[in-house]
Design a binder for this molecule. Sequence first.
Ligand SMILES: Cc1ncc(C[n+]2csc(CCOP(=O)(O)OP(=O)(O)O)c2C)c(N)n1
Ligand code: SF4
Length: 348
Amino acid sequence: MTNILEEISKSCGCDTTYKPADFKVENDVRWCSGCGSYGILSQVQKILPELGVPKEKFVFISGIGCSGRFSYYVDTYGFHSIHGRPIAIASGLKLARPDLSVWVATGDGDCMSIGGNHMIHACRRNINLNVLMFNNEVYSLTKGQYSPTSQQGQVTKSSPLGVLEEPFVPAGLALGSGATMVGRGFDRDAAGMKNMFKAAHDHQGLSFIELYTNCVIFNDSAFDPFTSRQSRKEHTVNVEHGKPLVFGENDDKGIIMDGFKPKVVSLADGYSVSDFLVHDQHDVALAYIIAQMSYHNPELPRAMGILQSIVKPSYDQLTEAQIAHEQEAKGKPDVQKLLRGKDSWVVE
Ligand SMILES: Cc1ncc(C[n+]2csc(CCOP(=O)(O)OP(=O)(O)O)c2C)c(N)n1
Ligand code: SF4
């Protein structure tokens, strides 16, 4: 599908030749040294020049949290909004200004706790937004309380005896809520983030991308099994449309389906790569299975990459079409006529 923003850029003849430096701010970036958010910021600044969109058409909307500072740190229009509300504000903006490329930077607390309701309904409506959820599995700005993605048993400032609840599986929640594009990546994986951010931009509808973000102060190394060089090949599988699910230190393991359950098998057991499950990003049921892998069975690897990407009309496209249809049938509304219509009266 042709990207509406690229069409606009072409037709207005705007100069869209930028460098990453054009999206860097002059002010200091004040995350802690070593914070995973730097890696995400750097990749966003690298891909923006490649999207062919005039700079003034980008908007980054963030909530409150360390992740919420993102909108200050990328040199575009932006809005540092209130806790839990960036998706609601971004939804309104996208409906009013469909020509803008609207991005949301949100934390796991911001998005899944106070903002959870906005998140699920934006997914269900398939509003054309790119949501980047910085998941550090903790509330960092407020100094280390547990969040809806904190691990069961995790000791935090607000769970001194360990978290009792099971955490959300963010990608599963997004899929279950109807998000049409869902991805998972991590702060150290430059190539993976680049690929997903571009795909999110091209996708017409809501893209939800969960990014494991290391918080060196309140939850350091929480994602090491999935992100460190030493262990990630054994604990993650990179999913790519049309490619088999191969993983392991020597690329010697794969996933097969045992009924409805994914299972790890090895080349050493006589399996070949052609036996392995092949990723289909258009398969909604498969995406859900892949998104859950490793959460309930640690033998399974955690899936990274674009878990699902399907095409459905977006809410903003439907809204525009509905308004155009009404205007064609009834003509453009006259505000004065509306204000002075039969339902107005004079107060004497
Ligand atoms: C309405 C409201 N409730 C609570 C807060 C306090 N508060 C600020 S940030 C935050 C949580 C941030 O956690 P997360 O979204 O995970 O972001 P992080 O700081 O970890 O990036 C909370 C509870 C607030 N600012 N506003
Ligand atoms: S407290 Fe954690 S999330 Fe916040 S800036 Fe520091 S390292 Fe990053």
